[in-house]
Write a protein that binds this ligand. Structure first.
Ligand SMILES: NC(=O)CCC(=O)C(=O)O
Length: 293
């Protein structure tokens, strides 16, 4: 049997309630991550913009500087808090995302930082597809008013377990990155995200299951808790889908932690019984992105 996941892994998604006070958000994240670690989780995920409210007007105010790396505590309190939390929890930590200011270009990004149990930074992802939508009468949002897109796809090796693909929220609507991560051997695709009460009911679960069935990988979607007093109402419903696209566990909208036990068997069995991985006809679609007229 092929090994994608080296040993069983308890995954936890922290559906955090974040507010305007960054220090409080970081402290709340710490207690929830430690709670998840105490329950046995060895990979713990925080939501998109976990240390701030979500909105274009908030990104510059909350942005931290990550380069040159490592930043000082003044440049990035969240970097240092996440690193210390990973050590304390003795777990891999996907630190949701934070608004980042790149000092050399003065550009802002929506950036995820991943730490090992020793507190080392082992991966970063800058959101590659910006959330610019306009559904008349429902929701209008334009991340690109403030943010710039990242230009790299992200696969991270967790030495004790295997590879994960990492992308942020709106990135999930673009299946190519997920497929590339799966073809590089990822057993899990992780999306810190903050869908809303319009697009969440429409597409959140569907997209999670779609990326799972396309790629025969686990998929984890981690949202902030819903706050109806905030300017942006997150959907909640953090969930884990298995490689056969069953939902293993799903939250409602309040602050909570979602757990799932991941095994290599679940990945290897579906990939061998429905072997789409080896049946692909790349001769017919050598480069899907070349199809633009
Ligand atoms: N923060 C985001 O990228 C939101 C994406 C979203 O809601 C969607 O429908 O896509």
């Amino acid at each position: 049997m092929t090994t994608f996941l080296k040993q069983p892994l308890k995954l936890a998604l922290v559906q955090l309630a974040s507010g305007a006070d960054k220090a409080v958000n970081l402290s709340n994240a710490r207690s929830k991550v430690l709670e998840a670690a105490k329950a046995g989780a060895r990979l713990i995920v925080l939501p998109e913009c976990f240390n701030s409210p979500y909105g274009t007007n908030f990104f510059p105010k909350y942005a931290e500087t990550l380069h040159p790396s490592p930043p000082t505590k003044e440049q990035s309190p969240s970097f240092h808090a996440l690193s210390a939390i990973a050590v304390e929890a003795n777990a891999y930590l996907v630190g949701g995302s934070i608004p980042e200011l790149e000092p050399s270009t003065k550009k802002y990004y929506n950036t995820s930082l991943v730490f090992s149990p020793s507190g080392a930074l082992i991966g970063t992802h800058r959101k590659t597809h910006l959330f610019d939508i306009d559904i008349p009468g429902k929701i209008q949002f334009k991340e690109s008013d403030v943010l710039s897109p990242g230009n790299q796809l992200t696969v991270i090796d967790l030495p004790d377990y295997g590879k994960i693909g990492l992308a942020i929220c709106y990135d999930i609507r673009f299946p190519e990155a997920a497929m590339i991560a799966a073809r590089k051997g990822a057993f899990l695709l992780v999306y810190p995200g903050a869908f809303n009460t319009t697009t969440g009911p429409l597409h959140w679960s569907l997209l999670g299951r779609a990326r799972a069935v396309d790629n025969q990988s686990y998929v984890a979607l981690c949202s902030p808790a819903r706050d109806l007093d905030a300017s942006y109402n997150a959907y909640g419903h953090s969930l884990v889908a298995d490689p056969s696209a069953n939902i293993l566990s799903e939250a409602e909208e309040k602050e909570t932690i979602v757990y799932a036990d991941l095994t290599n068997d679940a990945v290897a069995n579906i990939r061998s019984s429905i072997p789409i991985y080896t049946q692909r006809r790349f001769d017919l679609y050598p480069d899907v992105s070349a199809g633009q007229e």
